[in-house]
Design a protein around this ligand. Sequence first.
Ligand code: HEM
Length: 191
Amino acid sequence: MIEDLVQGPVLWFLNRGSGFAVLALLTLSTLLGIASTAGRGSGNTTRRFASQALHRNVSLLAVVFLAIHVTTAVVDDYVDIRWWHVISPVGASYQPLWLGLGALGFDLIAAVVATSLLRARMSHRPWRLVHLTSYAAWALGIAHGLGIGTDMDGTGALGVRFTVGCAVVVCAAAAVRILAARRGQVAKEPA
Ligand code: HEM
C-alpha cells in the first residue's frame, strides 16, 4: 500500500496540486500584506487589523502547503530529489536551474517566517528588510513553477494562465502601493 503510494501518481498529483496552492496562497498573502499597509495613517485600524490577521493566517497556510509540496517532491522516487535540494539552490541533478530557484524561494520564505516569529525581539528595520524579500520568494516561485511544471506546456496551458494571472494581480497591487507611498498615503513607521 505504502509502496503503491510512493511509486504511484498520487504523490505527483499532490506535488503539483500543492505547488499551485502555494502559489495562490503566496499571491493572496502578498495582496493582503499590501492591503494591510494601505490604510496606515488613515485611522482605519479595524480594517488594518483584519487584513493583517488574514495576511498571517493565509501565510501560515502557504507554509503548510509548501511543506506538503517539498515533502512529496522528495518522497516521490520517480525523479531524484534529495532533502538537501529543498534548501540548496545548487547541486540538484533533476532540472537544476528551476529546482534551484524553488529552493532559493523556500530559503527566503523560511527566513521571513523565522523573523516574523522573532519580530517582538527584533528592531523594525532588519525585520522589514527580510520581510520585503517575500516579493523575491514569490517571484522565484513563479519562475520555478513556469520552468519545472508539467502543466506549463504552451502559452494556452491552464498552469501558465493561472501563473500569469497571479503575476498580473501582484504587480498591479505593488504598483498601487508604490504610487501610494510616493503620494505619502503609506506611513513609514511600523504598524
Ligand atoms: C517558493 C517556493 C515554491 C513554489 C511557490 C512552488 C510552486 C510550484 C508550482 C506552481 C509548480 C507547477 C506545478 C505543475 O505545473 O505541475 C511546481 C512544480 C514543482 N515543484 Fe515547486 N514550488 C516551490 C518550491 C519547491 C521546492 C523547494 C521543491 C523541491 C526541492 C519543489 C519541487 C517541485 C517539483 C519537483 C515540481 C514539478 C512537478 C511536476 O512534475 O509537474 N518546489 N512548484
